[in-house]
Design a protein around this ligand. Structure first.
Ligand SMILES: Nc1ncnc2c1ncn2[C@@H]1O[C@H](COP(=O)(O)OP(=O)(O)O)[C@@H](O)[C@H]1O
Ligand SMILES: O=C(CO)[C@@H](O)[C@H](O)COP(=O)(O)O
Length: 503
């Protein structure tokens, strides 16, 4: 029997899953790590934490499964997108990674737009300059930490840093490279024009592959540390959302999924690089060679519930029970609409649809009758309203679907899935497998190593639907009205957010 390994280097944890060639799970392991917020709106992580979590979880799945390392034919890497990892000429990490939800680079975004021109930037990178993307983070380090920039010999994305540690290769692939804002999205290669205009040396960047391509093999050094075999190939893999698309079978036009991880995403597959002229959603290369995707991103989706768990619902504790399960139980007892409490999930500013690094979270309508349970349900509803904003932009672009797959940590919640189904007014489905991105990149590893013929046929054969939520009409009507008020709140508060940022 052949085996395939998928690693997902997420924001909250690294999740590693060993599959057999029928994509049945043999063993899983995960390890959490911290998110550092040195200032309001800043977000950093330590790449060494990602490395340690990757190493430990690989060791754990090998020990649990007792699978012979040589039988693992391929490894796929998935990871949080956009994070900047800088290495010096000795391959040492220069500074903590500035990650996807960091908002410090508004000035650098203006600089990028000025150098390249707003229209040309969208023509090449399919997106306007955004604080979340890697290019503005590179410029921020150059502008604010010239001593660190001078030392920089290699620029890598989070999962590609782990690839470097595993194989010694400086490599990336089109889906994750799309989020750097240095890639020519229609042509699927680095843009010399952008690099020249921003004065970024191409030598700093990794080689770009398609997602199923083999990028290298496990090095002697990493084989010794992890117990893996040097015969095991590592394929390109994908950014976490493109990986989740493969893992949920979103590989053809007309299919879409939503995920609630630390961020929240609504993602639709496209055969062409379809662009929102207002830049509210991202157009990136997807992990199916020759195809693209469009996605809207809400920055603090699962992060909002985690913030609530750590700061408000601190007493939701019971022996051997996950606090999130207790929070779900409490929220399920609160009626639809949370007794007129509305939450805006802008803890880290917002991308879709506002592209506003200054906005922040709000509980609106707080009353003396409200309890922590109301606040938990309002958070779930607020995140779902924000995901509905993402879906509305896709609809404006002509993308409609009859059903949506759900995944990510928040997708495990039947209540959250029902709320999404009521707001999207379509069926929301889960899969029998919960592994989303890890499954997606393990499938890519199967394609790259010749176990599967191609990505689309492998997904058609391997992805199986689990449970289905159908919209409840009364709740659908309520949320339609609620969404109008939710949208009005941002419009009314926009100037106040700016005043708050400048206080
Ligand atoms: N049972 C649950 N119910 C609702 N939300 C959950 C549950 N378990 C986890 N979550 C949410 O999922 C998030 C983590 O999702 P995950 O996909 O693992 O994130 P990441 O890929 O960013 O590491 C947590 O922040 C939490 O908000
Ligand atoms: O910034 C984006 C996509 O553009 C995020 O989706 C990150 O890729 C982080 O993902 P999670 O850790 O929430 O899965």
């Amino acid at each position: 029997m052949n085996y395939l390994l998928g690693l997902d280097i997420g924001t909250s944890a690294t999740k590693t899953v060993l599959f057999n060639e029928h994509m049945q799970v043999e063993a899983t392991a995960s390890e959490n790590y911290p998110l550092y917020q040195p200032q309001n709106g800043w977000a950093e992580q330590n790449p060494i934490d990602w490395y340690n979590a990757s190493l430990h979880t690989i060791q754990a799945v090998l020990a649990k499964s007792k699978v012979a390392p040589d039988a693992i034919k391929g490894i796929g890497l998935s990871g949080q997108m956009h994070g900047l990892v800088m290495l010096d000429s000795n391959n040492a990490v220069i500074r903590p990674s500035i990650i996807w939800c960091d908002q410090r680079t508004a000035d650098e975004c203006k600089e990028i737009t000025k150098e390249i021109g707003a229209k040309r930037l969208i023509e090449i990178t399919a997106n306007p300059a955004l604080t979340g993307f890697t290019a503005s983070k590179i410029l921020w380090v150059r502008n604010h930490e010239p001593q660190n920039y001078a030392k920089c010999a290699h620029i890598l994305l989070p999962k590609d840093y782990i690839r470097f540690c595993m194989t010694g290769e400086y490599a990336t692939e089109v889906s994750d490279a799309s989020g750097m804002q240095l890639l020519d999205i229609p042509k699927r290669c680095w843009s010399d024009e952008i690099l020249e205009k921003l004065a970024i040396d191409k030598k700093l960047l990794a080689k770009v592959y398609e997602s199923p391509d083999i990028t290298g093999y496990i090095s002697e050094k990493f084989a010794k540390a992890s117990g893996l075999s040097t015969k095991t190939a590592v394929v390109g893999g994908a950014g976490d959302n493109a990986a989740a698309a493969i893992g949920t079978g979103i590989v053809k036009e007309g299919r879409a999924f939503t995920t609630i991880g630390t961020s929240g995403v609504v993602f639709a597959h496209t055969d062409k690089p379809l662009i929102d002229p207002k830049g509210r959603v991202h157009t990136f290369c997807c992990a199916v060679p020759g195809c693209w995707h469009v996605m809207g991103v809400t920055l603090a989706a699962g992060l909002s519930l985690k913030w609530c768990r750590d700061n408000i619902a601190t007493d939701f504790k019971e022996k051997d029970k996950d606090p999130y399960v207790l929070m779900n139980e409490a929220a399920a007892k609160v009626p639809c609409g949370s007794d007129k409490l509305i939450y805006l999930p802008y803890l880290m500013g917002e991308r879709t649809p506002h592209l506003d690094p200054e906005c922040r979270g709000v509980f609106f309508g707080l009353s003396a009758i409200h309890t922590k349970a109301n606040m938990i349900r309002a958070i779930m509803e607020g995140v779902a309203y924000s995901l509905s904003d993402c879906y509305d932009v896709l609809k404006e672009m002509g993308i409609t679907v009859n059903e949506m797959m759900a995944c990510g940590g928040g997708g495990k919640s039947p209540l959250w899935r029902q709320i999404l189904s009521d707001m999207f007014a379509c069926k929301v489905k889960t899969l029998t497998a919960e592994e989303g991105p890890a499954l997606g990149v393990a499938i890519l590893a199967g394609v790259g190593t010749g176990i599967f013929k191609d990505v689309v046929s492998a997904c058609d054969e391997l992805i199986k639907v689990g449970s289905v939520c159908t919209p409840i009409q009364a709740e659908q009507m309520y949320y339609k009205k609620g969404h109008t008020l939710y949208k009005k709140l941002y419009t009314q508060l926009k100037d106040c957010y700016h005043d708050l940022a400048n206080l």
